[in-house]
Write a protein that binds this ligand. Structure first.
Ligand code: UDP
Ligand code: MG
Length: 322
């Protein structure tokens, strides 16, 4: 990371209804950043919060206008779209993403930047001790393994958003006008020299998780279908296998009927097979729907986010989320 004249680090933090945790975040983030001795800016993206987060952010901007910028989105756009919005405004050579809830300690940012100094353009993180609920831990491990095999994106710990990207990677992410994306995975695709460092992980400091089980499952669907067509191919293969097997089975039944004569006892077996086939079909239609849905969303071409106002921005960024 060369500090050739420009700003050293941009820290991008999406904020959605986090009034409970923001004071604690400010109290730890700013001293940690000051201690690094690098030029930096913190970009908060208020993702359409309905609590007092917006006011808290304004207060913090007034307290540290030199290093703080706040981007207010018009409506809730989702965590990753909010980060994208932050990317649009980030000016640093290195861009660090961080959650607002203090699950990833801001004191670890220095570690990521040190790895960037060594020439890495993408620094992922592995949580030393997961502090999530047990089922989440197990579920996310299983998903990780599956994702890695399907998408060839190597992320030991996909759930951790404390990550650092080089300027060029951030630009590439902004240029790929993708909706419903997963930023760390996209960044990994573009990275030439990725690495991972181990960071501490804490319990959410206050407030509650914005990711219920449903959203978590959907995120993983996005990851699979957004970065790979293997699920589609697997499904076609399964389809081929089943067609061949059923063809053989039907031929056998026909022969048997010709040679031994009609029979009724096998009816339930046939039902069993039928239901199985219907199940496979429905799953396949759902899978197709995932892809068609992505095409639909992409074809619609709605903006990923809409900016209402910005605190502390001098030049307007080139585009608005497009
Ligand atoms: N977030 C956001 N928009 C959303 C949901 C979440 O900006 O629609 C932010 C949230 O404020 C937090 C980060 O994304 O800073 C991660 O959310 P959370 O901690 O709830 O996720 P978890 O850690 O439980 O997976
Ligand atoms: Mg969290």
């Amino acid at each position: 990371m060369s500090e050739g004249g420009g700003l050293g680090v941009s820290v991008v933090i999406p904020v959605y209804n986090e009034e409970a945790v923001l004071p604690a975040l400010f109290a730890r983030l700013y001293p940690a950043m000051d201690a690094l001795g690098r030029s930096y800016e913190v970009i908060f993206v208020d993702d359409g919060s309905r609590d007092r987060s917006a006011a808290e952010l304004r207060r913090q901007y007034q307290a540290r206008p030199d290093v703080t910028r706040v981007v207010y989105l018009r409506a809730n756009a989702g965590q990753h779209a909010a980060i994208m919005a932050g990317f649009e405004y980030a000016r640093g050579r290195a861009v660090v993403t961080l959650d607002a809830d203090l699950q990833n300690p801001p004191e670890e940012i220095g570690k990521l930047l040190a790895a960037m100094d060594e020439g890495h353009d993408y620094v992922g993180t592995i949580r030393r001790q997961r502090q999530d609920a047990k089922w989440r831990d197990v579920a996310s491990k299983a998903m990780n393994r599956l994702r890695e095999r399907i998408t060839s994106i190597h992320m030991t710990d996909q759930g951790c958003m404390l990550r650092a990207y080089d300027r060029e990677i951030v630009q590439a992410i902004l240029d790929s006008r993708e909706v419903n994306t997963f930023i760390p995975a996209l960044a990994y695709l573009y990275s030439g020299k990725p690495t991972e460092v181990v960071v501490a992980h804490e319990e959410r400091a206050a407030g509650e998780s914005k990711y219920p089980l449903y959203k978590l499952i959907h995120l993983n669907f996005d990851l699979m279908t957004g970065f790979s067509i293997v699920p589609l191919q697997v499904f076609s293969m399964v389809g081929v296998g089943i067609s061949v097997a059923s063809f053989l089975f039907v031929s056998y039944l026909a022969l048997r009927r010709l040679i031994i004569g009609p029979e009724v006892e096998g009816v339930f077996t046939l039902f069993g097979i039928l239901f199985f086939l219907v199940g496979v079909l429905l799953f396949g239609i759902g899978l197709l729907g995932e892809y068609v849905g992505r095409i639909y969303v992409q074809a619609r071409g709605r903006p990923r986010f809409l900016v209402r106002s910005v605190l502390g921005a001098e030049p307007a960024p080139p585009g608005e989320g497009g």
